[in-house]
Design a protein around this ligand. Sequence first.
Ligand code: FES
Length: 103
Amino acid sequence: MKFIKAANVGDIKEGEIKRVELDGNTIVIVNLDGEYYAISDTCSHEEASLSEGELDGNVITCPKHGSRFDVKTGRVLSLPAMFPIPTYEIKVEGTDIKVAMDN
Ligand code: FES
C-alpha cells in the first residue's frame, strides 16, 4: 500500500467533495469539519457517480436511485444499494492530501 497525493488541503472546503482520478481509480474526497475521507466514486448499486450526488453531513446520496452512504465508513444507509462502497485511508502531509492505494 502506498499513499499518493490526490489534492491540496485548500482544494476542498469544509462540507465539499472533490472527484479525483488516482492510479486507475475514481474516488471522492470529502472534507467533514476539517477531516478528510475518501470513498469510491462508483455506487455499489449500479453505474452512477456519487460525486454528482448530494452531501449532507457525513451522508452522500446517490444521484441515480437515492441510496445513501456514510462517507466515513462506506456503509449503506438506505436501499436499493445493498453493499458498502470502498473507503480509502487518507493522510495529510503539509498541504498534501494523500490517499492509500493498494499497490
Ligand atoms: S445507482 Fe446508486 S442507488 Fe442505484
